[in-house]
Write a protein that binds this ligand. Structure first.
Ligand SMILES: Nc1nc2c(ncn2[C@@H]2O[C@H](COP(=O)(O)OP(=O)(O)OP(=O)(O)O)[C@@H](O)[C@H]2O)c(=O)[nH]1
Ligand SMILES: [Mg+2]
Ligand SMILES: [Zn+2]
Length: 289
């Protein structure tokens, strides 16, 4: 559920146990992640121990979480401004790991939101707006959480904790006000933590920093096109079988973009991601895992 100060908090049989991880994990270079399903021993006295990490369905590096159903990608329409490239990197990372991406545009009281929501709905990625002013979108967002494990992620200050508090007021999570007193750029939420809610689990996470974004999960060049599901229906229809949909002659994806059938911003993000990984060798990608 949570990792702090060298302790792992593990939920079992309706209780939470404070555990230490066995040294054997360190030797193997494995660390338990929030969201892991683990085997623990509860001794008569002394600390509980994590003995085994069960096989993961998936895992993300940032936020560091395992076994997710949904990645709730939060972006404010203003303060801070929308960063479509960051959103698209996160949707691609989710799809690449078999996690369902969901996009939420927060602070929709501050700027127009409809065109942004439409970009994602047009490529079959669920997208919602939310504002703490009138809680618009709240019920739709709550519905996608039902019985699922969902992580809320996005830049610092976009309103992740505010949205979680609106969904589940009993959480009483700390939000931005305090960090503003400490100075700009400080994260209010500092650790990843899972909460048992609505038949499933939700995770609040610290906001990304610029460094995190640079080190965001790289997707291999040949896998990248499959991380943009809107390209799937063009599979095998381009002039060249090996088409990467970047600038090739006879590319049906490029045509769909220029015809306005596929959103330009998504393709721009794809090309930028492609150019980032095109010269990276296989072993370099493995070493980032
Ligand atoms: N106008 C407006 N302000 C909002 C809204 N949601 C959140 N805020 C404000 O945005 C600031 C940041 O909100 P948080 O919920 O702490 O953001 P966070 O994403 O959890 O930030 P970190 O924990 O640092 O990653 C606070 O001052 C909130 O009051 C909204 O819908 N509209
Ligand atoms: Mg927060
Ligand atoms: Zn193509």
């Amino acid at each position: 559920m949570k990792i702090t100060g060298g302790f792992y908090y593990v939920e079992a049989a309706e209780s939470v146990y404070e555990c230490k991880a066995r040294g054997v994990f360190r030797k193997r270079g494995m660390t338990p992640l929030v969201g892991d399903i683990v085997d623990i021993t509860i001794p008569e006295d002394g600390y509980c121990s994590i003995d085994r990490i069960q096989d993961r369905r998936n895992a993300l590096v940032r936020p560091a979480l395992a076994n997710l159903d949904n990645l709730m990608i939060i972006s404010s329409v203003k303060e801070p401004d929308v960063n479509l490239y960051l959103i698209d990197k996160m949707t691609a990372a989710a799809v690449n790991k078999g996690i369902t991406p969901i996009v939420v545009f927060t602070k929709s009281d501050l700027a127009p939101v409809d065109d942004l929501v439409d970009i994602y709905r047009s490529v079959n990625i669920p997208a919602f707006e939310f504002s703490t002013v009138d809680n618009r979108g709240l019920e739709d967002i709550k519905a996608v959480l039902k019985d699922k494990v969902t992580a809320f992620c996005g830049n610092s200050g976009v309103g992740k904790s505010s949205l979680l508090n609106a969904l589940f007021p009993e959480l009483g999570l700390q939000t931005g006000m305090i960090s503003e007193k400490l100075g700009r750029g400080r994260h209010t939420t500092r650790t990843v933590e899972l909460f048992k809610k609505h038949g499933g689990y939700i995770a609040d996470t610290p906001g990304f920093s610029t460094v995190d974004i640079e080190r965001f999960e790289l997707i291999r060049k040949d896998e990248l096109k499959f991380a943009f599901p809107e390209f799937d229906e063009y599979f095998g229809t381009c002039q060249f079988n090996s088409c990467n949909h970047v600038c090739e002659k006879g590319c049906r994806v490029l045509k769909a973009v220029s015809d306005g059938v596929l959103p330009q911003s998504r393709h721009d993000s794809y090309v930028r991601m492609y150019n980032e990984v095109k010269d990276i060798k296989e072993w370099q990608i493995n070493s980032t895992k």
